[in-house]
Design a protein. Sequence first.
Length: 235
Amino acid sequence: MDDLYDLYVLGVIEPDQAREIDAHIVDQCDYCLQHLHDAVRVAAGMSGLADQVKPPKALRRRVLNSIAPQPSLSRWRFAVGGLLAACVLLLSLLVWRLNVTQSLRDTVAQLTEERNELRSVVTLLSKPETKAVQFGIADNKPHGRVFVNASGGVVFVGTDLPQLASDKTLELWVIPKTGTPQPAGLFRPNASGDSVNVWSQPVDIAQVQAVAVTVEPKQGSAQPTTQPFLVVPIA
């Protein structure tokens, strides 16, 4: 029963197993009593994880009145230890529930952002004036398509993109025929090397020479700091 004493103190053990331990307690089994004492100390120690709150004066009386007279001091300790452990368990469940709720909110926000991005892509691709340029070939090297629309911006769809260190990101650039490259968004490929980047800014297609991708610091750069590993001619 070595794995059951903690569950017994917390009050979450199966009834038939609890009755078996009860019988050992009635028989004053030294082994069981010692292990139950240890389990009570562990459960009581867990209460230290919670913030200390000054209890109302009536709480002690209510707790003592709720506990039936026990045949020994050990049984009383079990009851108090179980109550403390139950309080800690409820607090842990509350914190877990709050964390789950926040995680769900973050997931909903992310899905909403992805939905809006997908709508932008679909709208851009459905326009007859959108220019599509394919780059690369499927040979474990970066390949995909770039879609450019004068009013809708640029959509970059890439596959087999390089994996990055945690402090790096990919940055898309619109390269004009004259002038400096214009930053067009940061993105990171997934584990398969796939990524879609949407830059919803008007584009003068007649003045665009190419679209390029570089590896940049995590926060991005105002101008390329590395040689582009991918250049897709648009003109």
